[in-house]
Design a protein around this ligand. Structure first.
Ligand SMILES: Nc1ncnc2c1ncn2[C@@H]1O[C@H](COP(=O)(O)OP(=O)(O)OP(=O)(O)O)[C@@H](O)[C@H]1O
Ligand SMILES: [Mg+2]
Length: 410
């Protein structure tokens, strides 16, 4: 798939943008603070209905538009998939009446003109985004890693996404009840009902995350070996906060895994184990007034050559892990959906050494569409510049460059 046309209204520093895009490699050049990251963010937002970093949707609306009567931002993408053209539209509308409660933003979604839910949008446009800040996938907090896993899985697994949403709602309700119990304003009998629900959905989330992590590991491991010159074996460990069941079965891992075996648990056995532990810790949960175990407390670890990259990894090592992970994610998405995702790379070349750059260039060569940003044209070879579509962004306006002058300059 590829993005054929993007229009933005009042999105960040793009007051108005109408941009035709071609398949293949697109390089966007601009000085600092001109709108490179914002452009990639817009595309990512069309795919996932959320900003790549934990910012509020409010920040996405153009500041100047804030002063108008009807404040809104709109993103429209036309996606070419085989021979069908699909139109995705997100409108963020600020509702003046409910301004006081701080949650006055309304998100409207349309697919081919028909109003839809967020869940229907996710998976229509698949993207893999890689930005310098992504290093905090390895170095940052567990919630960052959970968010990464969830967004990735949601792109190809709608059932997971629905279950996850339900899980968060149940979690909120259960936490509410636990606080009431803490203040002795409710009876513990009700808790069992929420335990069942939490364990049911939680088991699915844990099982699915484990499976996907195993698949990502297989793919990332091979890429990481190439990136590090066959030097470091990468492992990804999903670390659940619940005790996993005693019973498991072994399954052969995917291609290229040299006959390694992975461990799998049945969802029902995870559920049982989860429930059992919830009973064990009831008293503590009531005392603290919150749910202490479950996928909302899980983490993911990255080991390179057996060393935990979050604690001991150098910046370069952490960056390499993230790069391997993102390229693995692109492969996984392609396998799961049968469509090549759009690859979005924000300013990444400048941070990589020569060998890693070369690998990345090779890896994106076959993507149906890859959009890269840079502050300097000369970070790229003349050969690369000749093959790419070149765009320049300046104060939220984008113009197309001709390739000719570039080659003359070299
Ligand atoms: N809601 C908003 N309304 C208007 N402008 C905004 C909004 N949010 C961010 N901006 C501005 O948009 C400009 C472009 O930001 P962006 O992050 O896209 O720059 P960039 O080209 O990626 O720069 P850099 O090379 O520094 O990464 C910044 O000056 C930023 O302050
Ligand atoms: Mg930027």
């Amino acid at each position: 798939m590829y993005l054929k046309h993007l229009s933005l209204a009042n999105f960040r520093n793009y007051a108005r943008l109408e941009l035709d895009l071609s398949p293949g490699i697109i390089l966007v050049q601009g000085e600092n603070a001109q709108g490179k990251t914002n452009l990639l963010e817009a595309i990512y937002y069309l795919a996932t209905a959320r900003s790549p970093h934990a910012t509020t949707d409010r920040e996405l609306i153009n500041w100047l538009a804030e002063e108008e009567d009807l404040t809104f931002a709109r993103l429209v993408g036309e996606i070419q998939k085989d021979d069908t053209l699909q139109r995705l539209e997100i409108t963020l509308l600020k509702e003046p009446a409910r301004e006081a409660d701080g949650r006055s933003l309304k998100k409207q979604i349309r697919i081919n003109g028909v109003p839809r839910r967020v869940l229907d949008l996710i998976g229509q446009l698949n993207v893999v985004l890689f930005m310098p800040q992504d290093i905090d996938l390895v170095a940052g907090s567990p919630s960052r890693r959970r968010r990464y896993l969830d967004t990735t899985i949601c792109q190809f697994d709608p059932r997971y996404c629905r279950t996850l949403r339900r899980y968060s709602r149940v979690l909120t309700q259960r936490n509410h009840l636990l606080r009431q119990l803490q203040e002795r304003r409710s009876s513990p009998d009700q808790l069992r009902f929420w335990d069942e629900k939490l364990a049911e959905d939680g088991a699915h989330v844990v099982a699915r995350r484990r499976e996907v992590v195993a698949e990502l590991e297989e793919l990332a491991r091979a890429i990481h070996l190439e990136l590090t010159g066959q030097d470091e074996h990468l492992s990804l460990r999903y670390e659940p906060s619940i005790r996993m069941p005693d019973k498991y079965y072994q399954i052969p891992l995917g291609l290229g895994s040299e006959g390694r075996l992975g461990i799998r648990y049945s969802e029902s056995s995870i559920r049982e184990s989860f429930l059992e532990q919830l009973r064990e810790i009831t008293r503590e949960e009531i005392q603290r007034g919150m749910s202490l175990i479950g996928p909302h407390r899980d983490d993911l670890r990255f080991l390179a050559g057996g060393v935990d990259m979050r604690i001991y990894g150098s910046r370069g090592q952490q960056r390499t892990v993230v790069l391997a992970l993102k390229l693995a994610e692109a492969k996984l998405l392609a396998e799961e959906t049968g469509e090549q995702p759009i690859v979005l790379l924000d300013e990444v070349m400048s941070e990589l050494d020569e060998a890693r750059r070369r690998y990345l260039m090779k890896a994106i060569k076959n993507s149906q569409q890859a959009i890269l940003t840079t502050t300097h044209w000369d970070a790229y070879s003349p050969d690369f510049l000749n093959r790419a579509t070149l765009l320049r962004v300046q104060e939220g306006r984008i113009e197309k460059m001709t390739n000719e002058p570039m080659t003359n300059d070299q």
